[in-house]
Structures are given as structure tokens and as C-alpha cells.
Ligand binder design. Structure first.
Ligand SMILES: Cc1ncc(C[n+]2csc(CCOP(=O)(O)OP(=O)(O)O)c2C)c(N)n1
Length: 278
């Protein structure tokens, strides 16, 4: 085998390999997430369902959002919290594009929360993958809207007094077409759900529960990458048809993953065409 072929990974064609190694910490789950997403995308491209020249990735600011920096596609690295707003503009300007947003729980559900709500309400034709690590990782571990109660972070040194926001429950209350949750300990579900989302119109949301030993793990006493991965793995349970109550995230009781919502409401582009008649 020629030396060059040994160094070619099957996903290299989707990646800006010149930008690798990434900035991610050892044990971070973001690479697992991106790998699973790219495997699903690869399948859809090979099936002829998606034109690789018509894909746009959009990320705000944060470790998770930075994935868009590594993909060999048109990509926009925009203001913190504004990825969904930017993605909405992209798809309205050119409805032929497949627009994928990747971001952290702070980016999507915190500072970008209003865009998130209204994109789901309007059923905007984008896919949003939110990587939940329960903290603002890139800036050093401040409390996020998803941080569980009681957890000590750099900005809640006495323990977080606030109840967390549940992004799946929020999406279920709105007009989106798809909502699923996976975990970096179950990459095949990330791949399956993203593959499914790639074949649906309207607003599609996937939450990926991630390990973050360097920042979140430090706060909860799981600083070791293997230990944090194994502790998360123990708690994650797949359920075929999870209910809205199953969406609760409780580290002690376990975290249910699965497809919480799948429907075929008219997407925003379809609603617009209905009004403009084209
Ligand atoms: C308008 C604005 N406010 C704050 C920041 C600082 N900032 C950068 S990333 C970030 C949070 C990152 O957390 P999250 O979105 O959850 O992503 P993660 O790094 O955890 O993947 C913050 C507050 C910024 N860049 N811009």
C-alpha cells in the first residue's frame, strides 16, 4: 500500500485537514459528534440526496460552534448566539442550500435563545445540532442555561441556584418537525438521527450530550476523560418513543436519548411559497 493512502481517512474529503489538530481538549466529545455527523452526511451525498456544493455550515462562538471551522464546506463563523439568525438569512436568500448550524448550549439556548425559539416556531428549514456540555466551556466554565441546579461553576461558586432550561421540551412546544437527543457515548445514534434529519424539511433539532472533562468535569469531580466518558455512558439510556417527561435531564436518575418528535408540518419555505405562489 502506498504511504499516501495509509494517511487518508474516509472522512478527510469532508474536512479541512490542514486545520487539524483541532483545539479540543483530550476527552472532549465534539470530535465524536462531528465524526458521526460527517458519516451521515457522507451517506446522504453518496445516495445522491444532497449536493455537496450546496451545503453551508454556520457556527457562532464556542468550542462546539468551532466545528464549522474544520469542515471543507462553505461555512460562516459568526457572532456568539447569532448562528440561527445568520442561517435563517442564508436559507431565505438561497432555498436550495442545506444549512447546518452547530453550537454549544450557551450559544444556542442562552444568548441565542430567542433565535432558537422563533426558528422552531416558524419551522425554518435548517438543522441545529446543539452540543450540551452543561457549561460555557470556551470561556472557562461559567454557568450555562443548561447547568443543573447545585453545580458549582466559576460564576456560581456556592452552587447553581437556577433550574435549567430543557431545549428538547422547548422545541416540543413549538412548531418544529424533528427533535432528538443522542450522546457522545452513543455515536451511532448521533449518526442515525442526523441522517434522518438530513431527509426532512423544516426545523430539525438534535441535542448531543457531551463529555467535557477539562471544564465541566472539573466542576463535578470527573476530571479524568475516561472516567467522565464511563460515567456518562452509565447514565444514558435509549428509549424508542420517549415522552416529553422523559426529556428531563437528571444526572442521578439517567438521561433518556431518542427521537422525541417527528412530524411533517409545512416548513417556512413552503409557507412562504404558499403566500408568494412560487
Ligand atoms: C456577544 C458575546 N458575548 C460573550 C462572548 C464570550 N463567549 C465566547 S464563547 C462563550 C460561551 C461558550 O459556551 P457554549 O456556547 O455553551 O459553547 P462551548 O464552548 O461550551 O462549546 C462566551 C460567553 C462572546 N464571544 N460574544
Amino acid at each position: 500500500m502506498a504511504v499516501e493512502s495509509i494517511n487518508i481517512h474516509p472522512l478527510d474529503k469532508h474536512l479541512r485537514v490542514d486545520r487539524i489538530p483541532t483545539l479540543y481538549c483530550p476527552g472532549c466529545g465534539i470530535g465524536i459528534t462531528l465524526g458521526a455527523m460527517l458519516r451521515a452526511l457522507d451517506k446522504r451525498i453518496n445516495e445522491g440526496l444532497i449536493d455537496p456544493n450546496k451545503i453551508v455550515w454556520v457556527g457562532g462562538i464556542g468550542c462546539s460552534a468551532r466545528t464549522v471551522f474544520y469542515v471543507r464546506y462553505d461555512a460562516a463563523h459568526v457572532l456568539h448566539g447569532r448562528a440561527i439568525a445568520f442561517a435563517t438569512g442564508v436559507v431565505l436568500a438561497n432555498p436550495e442550500l442545506l444549512v447546518i448550524v452547530v453550537g454549544g448550549d450557551g450559544d444556542i439556548a442562552g444568548i441565542g435563545g430567542n433565535h432558537f425559539i422563533h426558528a422552531a416556531r416558524r419551522n425554518i428549514d435548517i438543522i441545529v445540532v446543539m452540543i450540551t456540555n452543561f457549561v460555557y466551556a470556551m470561556t472557562g466554565g461559567q454557568v450555562a442555561p443548561t447547568t443543573p441546579r447545585g453545580v458549582k461553576t466559576t460564576t456560581t461558586p456556592m452552587g447553581n441556584p437556577e433550574p435549567p432550561l430543557n431545549a428538547i421540551k422547548l422545541v416540543l412546544a413549538l412548531n418544529a418537525n424533528y427533535a432528538a437527543r443522542a450522546s457522545v457515548t452513543t455515536p451511532h445514534y448521533i449518526e442515525n438521527f442526523f441522517y434522518k434529519a438530513l431527509g426532512i424539511k423544516g426545523f430539525r433539532f438534535i441535542e448531543v450530550i457531551s463529555t467535557c472533562p477539562e471544564i465541566y468535569g472539573r466542576h463535578i469531580g470527573l476530571r479524568d476523560p475516561v472516567e467522565m466518558y464511563n460515567e456518562l455512558k452509565k447514565r444514558v439510556k435509549y428509549k424508542p418513543k420517549p415522552s416529553i417527561e422523559d426529556a428531563d435531564i437528571d444526572w442521578e436518575k439517567g438521561i433518556i436519548i431518542g427521537e422525541f418528535l417527528e412530524r411533517n408540518n409545512p416548513s417556512y419555505l413552503e409557507l412562504l411559497r404558499g403566500v408568494y405562489g412560487k
